[in-house]
Design a protein around this ligand. Structure first.
Ligand SMILES: Cc1cc2nc3c(=O)[nH]c(=O)nc-3n(C[C@H](O)[C@H](O)[C@H](O)COP(=O)(O)O)c2cc1C
Length: 210
């Protein structure tokens, strides 16, 4: 399956066979998570692999639909927001990082003939307690991982005209404020200092010692 077929084939699977998932396949999927990009390459996430066998009743507290525990595995992507990259307007990119990691795994699973379904409407408290998650981790999304038991699926999507905007001819005006200019200059100096090893050391020492 090439990439375009994988994207076409991926769909939310809400019925799974009990067939086991080969360990090599699971490993390849996890390797795709490892290769996923994250903002500033922080890699501040955890993938929790949960075996459902023998744990189905308790796992149903996390998400009540029966199909959630039908597959042999659940994958949960947790971000570690305290360690993720934060833009200078304070936007934390932890959710984006976690989404990319999960999407890498989900597309890999599709390429390997496995089914998945993004699940965000889960009970966070139950997930934290049952999976014994570290307080610093935030569970973002789950998916079951197993062989699909559905033969058909339908993609219901808006036409491209509703979601894509081509622009370039009629762009808005933008005048940078003096405050913003000063801030950018400060950031440029800071990052160029950071590239010189000795200065970086001095800067780090100064920052550390206040
Ligand atoms: C971030 C995210 C969260 C989702 N959460 C749920 C969920 O909690 N339960 C569920 O049944 N489907 C969930 N879905 C699946 C969507 O409903 C589904 O992807 C969408 O309807 C498109 O259908 P498709 O995946 O078959 O292409 C979620 C999807 C995304 C991307």
């Amino acid at each position: 399956m090439d990439y375009f077929e994988v994207v076409q084939q991926r769909h939310s699977v809400r019925s799974y066979k009990p067939d086991p998932v080969e360990p090599e396949k699971l490993q390849r999927i996890l390797e795709c998570a490892r290769l996923a990009p994250t903002a500033a390459n922080r890699q501040a996430y955890k993938v929790v692999v949960v075996a459902t066998e023998g744990n189905k009743a308790i796992l149903q507290h996390i998400y009540r639909n029966a199909w959630f525990v039908q597959a042999p595995y659940l994958l949960c992507v947790c971000s570690v927001p305290g360690k993720c990259w934060v833009r200078n307007d304070k936007k934390n990119y932890s959710d984006v990082d976690a989404g990319i990691v999960m999407d890498h795994m989900i597309l890999a699973a599709t390429a390997l003939g496995l089914g998945t379904c993004w699940v965000a409407a889960f009970d966070v408290d139950a997930a934290r307690a049952i999976l014994k998650l570290d307080d610093a981790w935030e569970p973002i999304v789950f998916t079951p991982l197993g062989y699909p038991n559905d033969n058909t699926f339908k993609k219901v999507r808006k036409p491209l005209e509703e979601t894509v905007i081509y622009t370039g001819l009629d762009l808005g005006d933008y005048q940078m404020t003096a405050k913003k200019q000063a801030q950018l200059q400060k950031e440029a100096i800071r990052s160029s200092l950071g590239r010189v090893p000795l200065l970086r050391k001095i800067r780090n020492t100064l920052l550390r010692d206040g």
